[in-house]
Write a new protein. Sequence first.
Length: 81
Amino acid sequence: MPTSGVKTCAQTRRDSSKTEPTKAQAEECAICLDDIDGIRRSKLAFLKCGHTFHSTCMARWNKQCKERSYVRTCPYCREKL
Ligand SMILES: [Zn+2]
Ligand SMILES: [Zn+2]
């Protein structure tokens, strides 16, 4: 699966930065690993599973899935969209 690398990166980074335990959700885009904190809501993609990504990253992800005929899933938790 093409998502394995992305997921590993995200997990590693989350484990190494043990900050703000009150925030249950990752405040970064699991696709590009940049912050989503402070980004305008109109520039973000909110998925059913509760994860958030940059809309540009999500568009690229959707395109990749379509090109490879994969079922679209959340890049973070792989929940079907
Ligand atoms: Zn992103
Ligand atoms: Zn998710």
